[in-house]
Design a protein around this ligand. Structure first.
Ligand SMILES: Cc1ncc(COP(=O)(O)O)c(C=O)c1O
Length: 390
């Protein structure tokens, strides 16, 4: 039985997979079972941002795998300590909680926000406002936080204490706030919702509003963070700092790891025993993530992400001028979306046949989230195929 048949027979049928099995990856390329090469413009959904099997990450994994893989959080390990201090040094944060996925990092952020107020005796302040079209994960709390009905179908009753407002609408947010709200949670650039960046004035106004009302501000940077938008964290583009930030995806370049970062003040919401996980922050995952942060933080790395992001976006804008089927071009850095009039799936399938991997979101948006090491000539090749398909 080949891998496709075996998977379809034995794995839960929860994923609508494209009929391809991959066997190898290197840099921006993937190879399927027949030896055919593809240029990867999706990077495992914004995960393998340094490319597949980056030699330095492979080295870090190999070294750590042959030294110490797991001991649990009952003990200390150096890779976890190094990664936490590095993330704090590079961000607004003072403390990090390690998890294994994006949803778990967001669960931690939701729990921290509630407990921050409950610990102070403010038991009625437990509600969180999130954005329409947002995506925060698939656990019960994070799917409740997610502002898309289709994710919730069949899972009612949902968790109590969430409400949703339109993104980029400050008046709607103002109207929703009262003394029961503990946090506002948003993605600075919405990913699954269709690659929708926050308006700079909006994000600043959200920060001011949260300050005024004493509410915690959570940024979910699971998709848009870790260099994807041309700065280490997407909120740096906006010059707006949250109280809590969540990371996952590209943090491990493929090894599962999530993180919740918080200011010293917000972090006081958790005490000994108030939150925990067996695997969070294993030496293996944190050793890989530490190397990821080191590489992304190198002198010119983010300059080239911004430069190539602009190059790519300009090319997409040209397609928009030329083809009436293109409705919009959106995004920051190398997280870009091309909205077409209909049937994103057609383009995904055709591009796959021609050796390019992308995906479609919200039926009409082509998402481009290539490894941040993508080259201009690879972007040119994709644009030329897309041009002829349009
Ligand atoms: C913005 C955002 N938050 C949370 C998640 C959930 O992450 P995970 O799938 O690792 O649980 C995702 C995944 O796509 C995401 O894009």
């Amino acid at each position: 039985m080949d891998s496709i048949k075996k998977t379809d027979n034995f794995v839960f049928q929860t994923y609508l997979r494209q009929g391809k099995a991959f066997v190898r990856g290197e840099g921006t390329s993937l190879w399927d079972e027949d030896g055919k090469e593809y240029i990867d413009f999706l990077a495992g959904i914004a995960v393998c941002s340094l490319g597949h099997c980056h030699p330095r990450i492979t080295e870090a994994i190999n070294r750590q795998a042959s030294t110490l893989v797991h001991v649990s959080n009952l003990f200390y390990t150096m890779p976890q300590a190094d990664l936490a201090s590095k993330l704090c040094e590079k961000s607004f944060a003072d403390r990090v909680f390690f998890a294994n996925s994006g949803a778990e990092a967001n669960e931690a952020a939701i729990k921290l926000s509630r407990r921050y107020f409950q610990k102070r005796g403010d038991k009625n302040r437990f509600k969180i406002i999130t954005m329409e079209q947002s995506f925060h994960g698939r656990t019960m709390a994070t799917l409740t936080a997610t502002g898309q009905d289709k994710i919730k179908e069949g899972f009612y009753p949902l968790l109590e204490g969430f409400s949703y407002v339109p993104f980029n609408d400050i008046d709607a947010l103002k109207n929703e706030i009262d003394e029961t709200i503990c946090a506002v949670m948003l993605e600075p650039v919405q990913g699954e919702g269709g690659i929708i960046p926050a308006d700079p004035d909006y994000l600043k106004a959200v920060r001011d509003l949260c300050n005024d009302k004493g509410i915690l501000l959570i940024f979910d940077e699971i998709q848009c963070g870790m260099g994807r938008c041309g700065t280490l964290f997407a909120h740096e583009i906006y010059n707006v700092i949250p109280d809590i930030m969540t990371l996952a995806k590209a943090l491990g370049n493929g090894l599962p790891i999530g993180a919740m970062l918080a200011t010293q003040d917000a972090a006081t919401g958790f005490d000994f025993g108030s939150h925990a996980t067996t695997f969070g922050g294993t030496p293996l995952a944190t050793a890989a993530a530490l190397e990821v942060v080191n590489i992304i933080s190198e002198e010119t790395f983010l300059d080239q992400v911004r430069q190539k992001g602009q190059y790519f976006k300009d090319k997409l804008e040209k397609l928009k001028e030329k083809h009436s089927r293109v409705v919009d071009v959106r995004g920051e850095g190398l997280l870009l979306g091309l909205e077409v009039d209909k049937d994103a799936g057609f383009f995904v399938g055709q591009l796959m046949k021609k050796g390019f991997i992308i995906n479609g979101i919200q039926d009409k948006v082509l998402r481009f989230a290539p490894p941040l090491i993508i080259e201009e000539k690879e972007i040119d090749r994709l644009i030329s195929v897309l041009d002829s398909l349009l």
